[in-house]
Structures are given as C-alpha cells and as structure tokens.
Design a binder for this molecule. Structure first.
Ligand SMILES: *Cc1c(COP(=O)(O)O)cnc(C)c1O
Length: 370
C-alpha cells in the first residue's frame, strides 16, 4: 500500500542535499554562527522579496509577534482582536506582553471576518491582527476600512503567508508590522526554528533592532531592555539559499492546489478553498490545503486506511476552546467550522500521482458510503 505522509520533513533536506550541505559546511568552517553576513544578507533579500523597507530575522515566529507588539507599544490594558482560527502563539503573544487577546470568527474563506471584528471593538481596542492563514492574505481593504473608521492599528501574523498577496501587495506588509515563521513545515522552512518581523516604519524598525538583541545599539552599547531572539546564522544561510528557489516552490504548491481543485470540484459533501485562479485580488500560495468535509472524521479514518495522512489544524482546537486559558467567548461559526475542517497533504515534493490517489480515495469514500 502507498503511504503519503502529511508532511515529509526529511525530504526538505534530501531533495537538495548536496547544495544544502555545502551551504551549512561553509558556515561551520568559517565559524560564522551568530549575526554574521548571512543574517544581514538574508534580512536584505527578504525585505526585497516582500517589497518592504525593513526585515529582521528572529529566533522564531512567536518571538516575532511578541517583539513586534513591544515595538509598537501594545501592553497592559490594550485589546487586540484576532481570529480564533489561529495558532495559540498569536493569542499567547498578545497575552505575554500584558494585553488582552479578543477572539473573532473566521469567514467563508477561513480568514478573519471584518464584520465580526467590528462588533468586538471597545474603547480599549488598540489593534486588529489578521492572520494570513493557509498561504492566503485576508481581504485587507475590508479590514483596513474597519481599522480606519475606529482609528486602530493593523498588525499581521503572516507566519503562514510568505509569498501570498492581496491586490499585488505581500502579506505582512499592510500593517504596522508583520511576522513570518520559518518553522520547517512552513512555506519557507529552515532546519529548526526561525522567524522574521517586517515593517515599513523606521521608528518601529529601530525598536525591533534593539529588542531582538539585548537592547544593544549598533555600537554594541545597551540602551534598552531587550531579548535574545536572533535568527541563527546557519538558518539564515539555509533560508537565503532557499529563498532563491522559492518562486519555483510556490508555483508547485499552486499546481498541486489546482489539481486538487480539478479532482474534487463538484463533490457535494466538500467545500474547497478558493482555487489558484479564483479571484484576481488574491494570490494564494497554499501553505495548507484546508477543506471542509461532511462526515469528516469518517473520511479521515477511511483515508488513513488507504495510507493517506491528514490533519486538523491546531490539532482540532481553535483558541477560544482552550477553557484552561480563561476564554469564555462563544464563536458558533468557528465551532461549526472545526467540526468539518481538515487538511490534505500539501507540500513541494508530493507527486501528481499521489494527489490523484488522494482525490480518487476521497471520491470513492463518498461513493461507497452514500
Ligand atoms: C507557525 C505559526 C506561528 C508561530 O511560529 P513559530 O515559528 O512556530 O513560533 C504563529 N502563527 C501562526 C498562524 C502559525 O502558523
């Protein structure tokens, strides 16, 4: 029997082993481990790629959000509105700077719902934090209109959004700052933890530069309280190499999404994500291929029996359902969504044959068990 992993971690390295080995050996032989030229080059290349003024590599995508929040002065007493359909890291970062995460519903395209956000604004609301999830950028016009109307800041968790665009503009570059994750399974994955913060604001950039490296300025003098949250030079070297080939990876992801779409369109039990050519405002890069399915749990075990691994995002729990953290808000749309959502294998090494096998298996599930 075929087995199709949900995410083939080792293939990230083995598919380009020779070149990646050279990159890493070169770093080690020069002893260039912390904040060396690879870090500076990667920051510059990332900023150029995203079309943003400043980019800073940091230790991971969660630190990126925490440091960004600190840099724009969000703290005790402030509320930040974000979707419940996100990783705990988004909400935890808000909590950890002393502010209050206010959770909102997602709309039909699984993204933060602007109308729902507006209802949750209070006198304490400081920022709206869309999450550019699954490799798609929210309709930023709708969110910006709400933010402008109420005088709020937009900040973006674009951990899953690198390369995606709305009206030609990159995810992560709409708000006061945006954050990216380079966790191995993310769009641009490194071989460990990594993240970045981007901003077009010079003052915010200056704060981030201090906060990520012990509050030290360019002369090495400590002028503020800071963190140790640097992107490892080795990871920067790997990422800088991979960024050069990133457009090829994105094209492959879009081709896989198109193939799923073609194969599964018209199955009445499913809701598919918007296809790669569905709307010219959006350029989607498919960090994930998240579908909604009738009898989702049965479908997942049927696929498991065929060797196909699927997962439910966040292990099946949206943030507002973590009662241990004190959330009491009711989000019926998100609850209903989490009874139906699941993710099919989506990565750059999956073959067309494997996609077809997954499509055929899903179709036969609904045919065999009407
Ligand atoms: C992965 C992820 C993060 C956190 O990134 P790390 O690099 O793992 O810290 C934050 N938000 C979202 C939406 C993510 O998917």
């Amino acid at each position: 029997m075929k087995t199709i992993p949900f995410f083939p971690y080792s293939d990230l390295f083995t598919r380009d082993e020779e070149a990646l080995s050279k990159v890493m050996l070169d770093v080690c032989r020069r002893g260039a481990y912390i904040l060396q030229k690879e870090c500076r080059e990667f920051d510059a290349h990332l900023a150029e790629y995203m079309g943003v003024k400043h980019a800073f590599g940091v230790a991971n995508g969660t630190d990126a959000i925490i440091i960004g929040l600190k840099a724009v002065g969000i703290g005790p007493g402030d509320e930040v509105i974000l979707p419940s359909h996100t990783y705990i890291a988004t909400a935890a970062s808000v909590h950890l700077v002393g502010a209050i995460p206010v959770l909102a519903e997602c709309g039909e395209d699984h993204m933060l719902d602007a109308a729902d956000v507006e209802q949750r604004i209070t006198s304490r609301t400081k920022a709206i934090m869309p999450v550019q999830i699954n490799g798609r950028t929210c309709n930023m016009d709708a969110l910006q209109a709400v933010a402008d109307k109420h005088g709020l800041m937009i900040i973006e968790d674009a951990a899953q959004g690198l390369g995606s665009k709305f009206k030609g503009r990159s995810a992560g570059t709409f708000g006061k700052f945006g954050t990216i994750s380079f966790y191995p399974a993310k769009l641009l994955g490194c071989f460990g933890d990594g993240g970045a913060i981007v901003t077009n604001d010079d003052e915010v950039a200056a704060q981030i530069a201090l906060l990520k490296d012990h509050g030290r300025n360019e002369e090495g003098r400590v002028v503020a309280w800071g963190y140790n949250s640097r992107l490892d030079n080795m990871q920067a070297a790997v990422l800088d190499y991979k960024l050069k080939h990133f457009d090829v990876d994105i094209a492959r992801r879009r081709a896989v999404a198109a193939r799923y779409q073609e194969g599964l369109e018209g199955v009445p039990e499913l809701n598919l994500p918007p296809g790669p050519k569905s709307n010219s405002d959006h350029f989607d890069v498919y960090q994930n291929y998240e579908i909604e399915a009738d009898r989702r749990d049965e479908l997942r075990s049927y696929l498991e029996g065929k060797g196909i691994k699927t997962i439910i995002q966040w292990a099946g729990t949206p943030v507002h359902q973590f009662n241990e953290l004190g959330f009491t808000v009711e989000l019926p749309k998100t609850d209903a969504f989490f009874k139906r959502c699941m993710m099919l294998p989506m990565n750059v090494v999956i073959s067309d044959d494997e996609v077809d096998y997954i499509v055929d298996s899903i179709r036969s599930f609904y045919l065999e068990k009407p």
